[in-house]
Ligand binder design. Structure first.
Ligand code: ZN
Length: 181
């Protein structure tokens, strides 16, 4: 198990759709362990494999001291929407209101290849949507209302980490206030 460097906004892997997992082997279990360790260390509420440089459809989540993972997720979004603050470990220190579905059914697999269905509301539903977006090469700033998105892109360009290419640079001074995922 090892904590991995987190890729930052601007890294092409974050804009690249990830590939489905087709063999549930030791490497996948190692990936889930690395994602979990890195997420808990950050700390963040969720982490997707592309954020640590692995273009596979795997994410982890952490809420109320419960930790889990999901592989090859397929989401069914409820009609009802929620507002709420959202952040991203790949966009350190910045948090914006992001409209999301209030309830999500997430179908996928465990690291042992067993089918699993997770049902999430509020924050957990938000995490499932945010992390599945990562697997499709979508960042939460792409989901913001137009004016907020403009502000976010401005803030990103003003951030001290923006343009730093070396993935091993850690950004510990920035707190994510518990919203980082
Ligand atoms: Zn994120």
């Amino acid at each position: 198990m090892a904590i991995q460097p987190i890729r930052l906004f601007g890294d092409p892997i974050l804009a690249t759709p990830a590939v489905a997992v087709d063999s549930f082997d030791k490497e996948i279990r190692q990936l889930v362990a690395d994602l979990t360790d890195t997420m808990l260390d950050a700390p963040g509420a969720g982490l997707a494999a592309p954020q640590i440089g692995v273009s596979l459809r795997v994410f982890t989540w952490s809420i109320d001291e419960e930790v889990g993972h999901l592989i090859n997720p397929v989401l069914s979004l409820g009609e009802e929407k929620q507002d709420g603050d959202e952040g991203c470990l790949s966009i350190p220190g910045l948090v914006y209101n992001c409209k999301r579905a209030f309830r999500v059914i997430a179908d996928g697999f465990t690291m042992h290849g067993e089918p699993v269905r997770l049902v999430g509301e509020e924050l957990l539903a938000r995490i499932f949507q945010h992390e599945t977006d990562h697997l499709n090469g979508i960042l939460f700033v792409d989901r913001l209302d137009k004016e907020i998105r403009k502000q976010a892109l401005h803030d990103i360009k003003e951030s001290e980490w923006f343009g730093l290419k070396a993935p091993e640079i850690r950004l510990s001074p920035h707190s994510t206030h518990g919203f980082g995922n």
